[in-house]
Design a protein. Sequence first.
Lengths: 340, 799
Amino acid sequence: MLLSELNDIKEKLIKEIEKSSNLKELNDVRINAFGKSGVITTVSKNMREVEPTERPKFGAMINEVRKTIEERLGKKTEEFEKEELNKRLKEEQIDITEPSKGLEIGAFHPITNVIDRLTDICVDMGFSVVEGPEIESDYYNFEAMNIPKNHPSRDMQDTFFITDEILLRSQTSAVQAREMEKRKPPFKIVCPGKTYRNDSDATHSPIFHQLEGLVVDENISMADLKSMLTILMKRLYGEETMIRFRPSFFPFTEPSIEVDVSCPNCHGKGCNICKGSGMLELLGAGVVNPKVLEISGIDSKKYRGFAFGFGLDRTAMILDSISNIKSLYKNDIRFLEQMR
Amino acid sequence: MKISYNWLKEFVNITMQPEDVAKRLTSAGMEVEEIIYQNEHLHDVVVGKILKIEKHPQADKLVVCQVDIGREITQIITAATNVFEGAVVPVSLPGADLVNGIKIQKSKLRGIESNGMFCSGEELGIDENYFDGAGVNGILILPNDMKIGENIDKALKLDDIVFDINITPNRADCMSVVGIAREVCALYGLDMKKINLSYDIDVYAKDTVRDYVNVNVTTPNCMRYMASAITNVKIEKSPLWMRARLNAVGIKPINTLVDITNYVLIEMGQPLHAFDEELIGGKQINVRQAKIGEKIEVLNHNTYNLDESIMVIADNQKPMVIAGVIGGTNSCINDNTKTCILESAIFDLKSIRITSRKIGVRTDSSARYSKGVNVANAEMGMLRALHLISKLKCGKIVRGLIDIASQKNETREITVSVKLINDILGLQISDKDMLKILNNLSIETTLMGDKMVCKIPPYREDLENDYDIAEEIIRLYGYDAYDNVNYELFKNSSVTEGHHHPRLLMERSFRNALVEHGFFENISYTLVPSDMADKLLLNDIRKNLIRIANPISDDISCMRTSMAHSMLSNIAYNISVGNRDIKIFECGRVYLTNTLPLTELPTEKNMIAIATLENKFDFYCMKGIIELLLDKTSLQYTIERSTQPFLHPGISADIIAEGKVIGSFGQIHPIVAKNYDLHDNVFYAEIDDDYLASLPAKKIEAKEISKYPIVERDLAVVVDENVTAKEMLETIKSSCGKLFYKVNIFDIYRNKNLGENKKSIAFNVKLSDMNKTLTDEEVNKVIQKILKSFEYKYGAVLR
């Protein structure tokens, strides 16, 4: 056998590799070359017939051919595999617009959402979250809040009574005196919870939610109230939010104010949510009436406080664009699933 | 409260626009909720005179009128039958937009042009009480002396502007024209005009008020009682100016004397009462508490039984008036009254509130008395009434006034600190500004260093201390002072550490887990119907429903004692609107008491409740949810068959900790399901949140894990139905000893071929050793041990 023959074998195999059009044909070439009776196998076997002096040269040549063919085969295989993968990936394309499967999640109620957000902000500002009874004594709901029996300011609320002395709290302010009795100033508390009033129409629910805040310390002023509420409202409704004070009356604060918040929808320009005024009446607040401090045993010469209370139903309605207060208590899944 | 702008002008020199006044009042705490323009629907309506009336050539029922409207003669066609040549009538011209919605334009009626319409009283928004002829069914015929062409709002004094003001309970002194006038003066720095309180008496007459009436006050609830007598009473229609003012604020004009009492009530905030002197038995007025058994028929034609809590004005025989609330029919002025006794009194606000609530009558008088009328006001009211009586010439005022007062209300002095006021407000308002504001409020103030000495007028009973004065100052200084306050929060006070409420935090983690597993959070009314306990078959403390004394309706009349009511109602509601696959939960309270009626506050227990109505959801799914939640706590618990009356006894469990039931879950009892219009496949769970919150926080202690691989074996055995999964799992665990890692049940199978009351349970047992890889031999030994125990204990057979 001549070296040139060996070269021919190589050239022929290379041609066959190049000619093959799929993995199977390529495999045929491989068998044809390296199989039991493949050309290269045969040539290797026939080494004995080569002149001993020629053998090393010949052996080297065979190795070279083997290596080249294997490389070529490898390269071509890779090409075909890549081609095949590409083809498969193309074929396996799905309709990505078909609906998703599994992992149905529920949703929080919009009111607890608001409670979570507000209490988080208040805790950051040094307030502790407290709770109080909903079935409350006349004393804590009214008398300790500077609203004696048969006082004109009782007209401000329609209260649900259970007995002459026990009622459903008409305001979360009922926790103020309870906390003042329990704590020593300085303290800051907030109390979220249910409140009740004998009032039911398109814009009133007999059961609703309030968040009460109370700070008692030395040197507290109305300006602290302004700063605190500004931060709270900015964090709730966005950085551009501003608040404004208006005079009001509550027996347990003096001076008393209503706090208007710039409408988070139109930022004060006027829209249907704020009925064109650009502002929303959101909470009542004021400096704690010194009589209220004294009733609960806090020295009003030394300490001052401020208090605020606001309706969480309305806050939730504004944040989530809810138009009807009653839908908050129907628990209709069609409503709740929008809260996801 | 409605306040007439024209009336205000009587006491203040108002040159400002009403809208500006309204804005200033609102900014000072007198919220003007509405400005009502009385003539809103009276533009393009003028006084006209019908010059000539001719028949309409095409229509029998119409006439063609030539009408003088001042600037021109115009032609108007009408069907009205009460018009005549020379009649002065209101004429609405093209452009008019009447109160009943009629808009006037030029038109042709049967081919003839008509340039307007004659108006009835009703079309102008007035009635016979207001103006003679306004009540007739036809055109309002006006007096001949009216100025032709004048706008009708001017001609009929319907050009007032009315503020509807929300007066806060602390400012009873503002429940009058005079009160609001004082505020307007303070706001604009104006002086109040003098109120005319003068009246004529016949100086030659010998009689005095004592000749007509005597007054005896025996109750402390009457702080002042004034009486005067008017003889030769002449009752007529009041003049138009008076009727106009009363009409503007919604009070029906009746006659001079009645109108004067109402006028003084609105103007001065002083309720008055007029008696017919002849009907006062023994010429004696006794102001006293009523006696049990006494009765009175009052002006609303109801008769009330009285008792000692009710104060009355009585003569020697009978109660004549429920004091401060409503007069009786037996003694009030009437068309035959010759002599009138006029009362101006001050009653205790609490007494009037109690009476008004007790008999369920609220009048303009009781509304004022129950907010508090100042003692000094009685005299002002009396004198003003006498002035008006004198002015309208409706009687001869007898010399002398009876005035019995147990309380004198005088100017008080309080001392406040400029610095403290600024500290309260967090502002720097100068003492000069403070002085000016207080003096404008008629609080005569002098400055002594940091101190201000304030003379508080009698009607400002609400002002007692620095805080009250701070409010007066800031509401007049203007709250916009805060618009630009950018104050460092709590800069002069302490830093405090904020804490979340531990139970609320725990609930939050429960809520998160449930929402992630597809549950929707509910908030339900805690007020429930009175049949709640029956519907849930409750037979323990939860039967004691706490009832509201004044509920809106039975549906929301009691406090819930079980969350199950809310959850089942919510599922039923969702089904009714077509929702399917309902998974809901709520964190809420139940209200429990041992004794009814309540003598002390009940227990309010915080619960978390879960309910589902979903295909393929079963007891074990609910069990999984419960485990998911309880795993977040350090609770050590067992489960036992439940005794909850509203759960299916075979398919429910109680969660037991420290021997107490702290929760339950399972399928709804078929009867309860029916009571709520539900099918049986509703699952419910509840857990006592307060108990869980009382536990120490869960502490995680990680154990070393083996470096060597886990070996697992599956084994399925057939056992009797009554062998529980729990005991078999425990057997496996103890048989594995130290090699135990985990065991799961992956299949439970029931088939007749297994035999009667048999089930096949398949376990996946995982073993592990800390120190080596387990050999087959070691594993098989453990499995054999398990199977032997199974066979010995339960007669279990390997499948």
